[in-house]
Ligand binder design. Structure first.
Ligand code: XMP
Length: 510
């Protein structure tokens, strides 16, 4: 079944994914494409509305990101947000000028009457503004909202179905934001709200069955949310034709490999090959302390082990990959800088001969992937799993990676995870874990001098993992974690708490 779709054109704004999420929350499907997408492709997409995202540049700057004027004549409703609104004004012959930093922040906005976009919002409400430019004069548009700081906070030309807001309706702090998005979708674009996760799963399963039915399907299962949900979806479609290979590289958290095996082998009865390769990985990592070398070794060895196992299956027709929508959006825009080389299964298709890649969750955001997983009965331990780096604990063992040091970290990390969950903090913290530092320090135990390792505790809050703040874990929880680690984990006499934001730090220590 095909759904109605909204198109979001991305001008590089930091909230673009939030715009997409706020549309999908209203049961309307949407796609995010780069601002430079050709008009012919937009026309062919059959969208029932277009949203121009925000962006950090000024439409007056020489290097500003522009759009084809033909977008105005598609007879499809357009909503411009901040930079997107400025573009609508500019290409319609209006003026945009620098409003100053005072234009940025939370301001009270007053709404006019008679606008479909602003219907039912009341007289005024607090909205978040993020761009210092403002529309000065807008040819052909009626002003629908204003604030003390910004005279044209909203405008529209209902005859041409063009709408703009200077503030960000997609952020939670804009009180009436969800109402504005809803008005645009249902009042202006005439959407029906025909998209639901249940229907999405059914249509993906049907599509996979049609394309891959009868062929042998291979999945590199990591036990993370994305690959797990992908595997279960494909299994619903092709059953025993799916073969999952799970490489236990010995760099996983405590009991993780057993948990994954139990869910896939016992609960879902999926063909599941577990490769115990811990010794192999640890011996390759012997003596290596450079973070990038460690990542490279793990990545290469992973491919080698996987390849050996995959060969045993004979000819494979399809390969399952847990690519999710943010990966696709990011590669579409192409200017996101790599700070660390991220290990994933991206290199695998080159070494295995198969016909096609199946990416069942490629159109979903992370929280939607979790929702799909829950609907298919995947247990909470896997669905709610926090992000875990591909190279595993090797980037959390600072210095040399040995079985002993990994075991020590696993024990400390299990305590951190247990206490965070026990105290109900896991819902507010995006990622939390222990790091085994390469620092030893002097301590005292039972009157005797000790010289032992230091564990660092990292806990952060973030929406996009590009920036992060450290979580304010209550002191009594920190105290319990610290005292349990120094008392229960042999070889640790000190626990420190990392209170650095990203940037300038990163979330992982290596
Ligand atoms: P950083 O440390 O770059 O981490 O601030 C951002 C997010 O990415 C995760 N991460 C990785 N994930 N392979 C992965 O699959 C990697 O090499 C890798 N390095 C970091 C990290 O846990 C955090 O969620």
């Amino acid at each position: 079944m095909s759904h109605q779709k909204i198109l979001i054109l991305d001008f590089g704004g930091s909230y673009t994914q939030l715009v997409a999420r706020s549309v999908r929350k209203q049961n309307v499907f949407c796609e995010v494409l780069p601002y430079s997408t050709a008009i012919s492709a937009i026309e062919a997409g059959g969208y029932c509305g277009i949203i121009l995202s925000g962006g950090s540049k000024s439409v007056n700057a020489p290097e500003s990101l522009l759009i084809d004027n033909a977008i105005l004549s598609l007879n499809v409703p357009v909503l411009g947000i901040a930079y997107g609104m400025h573009l609508l004004a500019k290409i319609s012959g209006g003026q945009v000028s620098f409003g100053g930093e005072s234009a940025v922040g939370s301001h009270v906005v007053e709404f006019g009457e008679g606008s479909d976009l602003m219907a039912g919002l009341g007289a005024a409400s607090t909205c978040v503004f993020g761009h210092p430019d403002c529309v000065g004069q807008a040819e052909g548009f009626t002003v629908t909202a204003c604030s003390k700081e910004c005279k044209v906070a909203g405008f529209e030309d209902a005859k041409r179905h063009l709408y703009g807001v200077q503030f960000h309706p997609e952020v939670d702090e804009t009180e009436c934001g969800a109402d504005i998005i809803r008005n645009f979708l249902f009042n202006v674009c005439g959407c029906r709200g025909d998209w639901s996760m249940d229907a999405y799963i059914d249509s993906q399963v049907e599509q996979i069955r049609r394309t891959a039915g009868g062929g042998k399907v291979l999945c590199a299962l990591s036990g993370g949310v994305d690959s797990s949900v992908s595997a279960v979806m494909v299994h619903k479609a092709v059953g025993d034709a799916l073969h999952c290979i799970f490489v236990d590289h010995g760099l996983l958290r405590k009991n993780e490999a057993d948990e994954v095996e139990k869910v896939f082998r016992e609960q879902f009865k999926i063909n599941f090959v577990r490769v115990d390769a811990a010794d192999r990985f640890v011996s390759k990592l012997a003596g290596v302390t450079d973070p990038e070398r460690k990542r490279k070794i793990v990545g290469e060895e992973f491919i080698r082990v996987f390849e050996e196992e995959a060969r045993k299956l004979g000819q494979v027709d399809y390969f399952v990959q847990g690519t999710i929508y943010p990966d696709i959006i990011e590669s579409g825009i192409g200017d996101h800088k790599v700070v660390k080389s991220h290990h994933n299964v991206g290199g695998l298709p080159d070494i295995i001969d198969f016909k096609e890649i199946i990416e069942p969750v490629r159109m979903l955001f992370k929280d939607e992937v979790r929702e799909a997983g829950r609907l298919m009965g995947i247990p909470e331990e896997i669905v709610a799993r926090q992000p875990f780096p591909g190279p595993g604990l090797c980037v959390r063992v600072i210095g040399e990676v040995t079985h002993e040091r990994l075991d020590l970290l696993r024990d400390a990390d299990a305590i951190v995870r247990h206490e965070i969950i026990k105290n109900g903090l896991h819902k507010q913290i995006s990622q939390y874990f222990a790091v085994l530092t390469d620092m030893k320090s002097v301590g005292v135990r039972s009157g005797e001098r000790t010289y032992e390792s230091t564990i660092a505790l990292r806990a952060i809050k973030t929406t996009d993992f590009m920036t992060a703040n450290w979580s304010r874990i209550p002191y009594d929880v920190l105290e319990t974690i610290s005292s349990r680690i120094v008392n229960e984990v042999c070889g640790v006499n000190r626990v420190v708490f990392d209170i650095t934001t990203k940037p300038p730090s990163t979330i992982e220590w290596e």
